[in-house]
Design a protein around this ligand. Structure first.
Ligand code: BJW
Length: 235
């Protein structure tokens, strides 16, 4: 059984990141002032019902965001987490809710995308997961079964089960430090991770521009831009 002591030198860290970590790279957050896409809230375009009702709208939303990835670069927060990943000798899991690839480009390796990835697609005919072509709106063929018109973004929409949950739960139970960066705490199950980690004895730290919905559950909260807070914490 894990020794449940709060230690200044953690041996096992879980880091949860959200849209705020990519904001300084120019990727809009969901619930901030730039959170609307062509007048739509994310809850209107990121559901299986929306995809059934208006697939073109949903594919256009994800095609636009995939294209925008080519115009952005990792910021100081991504780079600091990449350095931490390279240098920290203990257990580390970076769990991102973000579907961009900025953590990878910032050097993170021990990384899981719990809400999927813009650069991946999934075939609803055969289930194969694959690299996404540049656009899905023109109904490209699946690279596995070759059926056309069945590729969807490999993204976790509302009501769908996030990816890697078993591994994440195990890591949260083992963690002696849980750090949440740039997330509003509005979306579950990620919003509940602080209570799981804390319930298993982890020390908990929030770094966010402003207090998140769950700020009350953290042992410590630091408020400001991730591009400043994260490098200062990692050094
Ligand atoms: C900065 C900054 C800077 C800005 N520096 N900070 C009622 C109660 C509980 C749950 C539910 C409920 N009703 C329905 C549910 C379930 C639902 C849910 O949570 N709904 C809520 C709206 C209530 N969840 C689900 O359906 C999930 N699946 C699920 O629950 O399955 C069942 C299950 C059961 C048991 C175990 C496990 C699972 C699926 C959720 C899928 C979320 N999908 C989205 C869209 C797809 C991805 C995409 O297109 O990108 O994921 S929604 C959207 O929100 C996206 C994000 O990953 C997610 C979280 O947003 P995030 O990252 O927190 O962004 P923001 O914009 O909200 O916040 C940014 C923060 O950064 C702000 O605080 C800023 O201040 C800050 N910031 N600049 C630092 N420079």
């Amino acid at each position: 059984m894990k020794e449940r002591t709060v230690s200044d030198k953690p041996r096992s860290i879980v880091i949860l990141t959200g849209a705020g970590v990519s904001a300084e790279s120019g990727v809009p957050t969901f619930r901030g002032p730039d959170g609307l896409w062509e007048g739509h809230r994310v809850e209107e375009v990121a559901t299986p019902e929306a995809f059934r009702r208006d697939p073109d709208l949903v594919l256009k939303f994800y095609d636009a965001r995939r294209a925008a990835l080519e115009t952005v670069e990792p910021n100081a927060a991504h780079a600091a987490l990449g350095r931490l990943d390279a240098e920290f000798g203990g257990e580390l899991l970076i769990v991102t809710q973000n579907v961009d690839d900025l953590h990878e480009r910032g050097g993170a390796k021990r990384l899981r995308h719990m809400h999927g990835e813009l650069k991946r697609a999934r075939c609803t005919a055969c289930g194969a997961r694959q690299q996404a072509p540049q656009t899905l709106i023109d109904r490209p063929a699946c690279s596995s079964c070759e059926a056309t018109g069945h590729l969807r973004p490999d993204i976790v929409w509302f009501g769908e089960m996030p990816f890697h949950m078993e591994e994440i739960d195990r890591a949260l139970e083992r963690a002696d430090l849980f750090v949440s960066i740039g997330t509003s705490g509005a979306v579950y199950p990620a919003a509940g991770f602080v209570r799981i980690a804390s319930g298993h004895g982890a020390r908990t730290l929030e770094m966010n521009l402003d207090p998140s919905e769950g700020t009350f559950y953290f042992d410590e909260a630091r408020h400001g831009p991730a591009g400043q807070l994260v490098p200062a914490w990692v050094e």
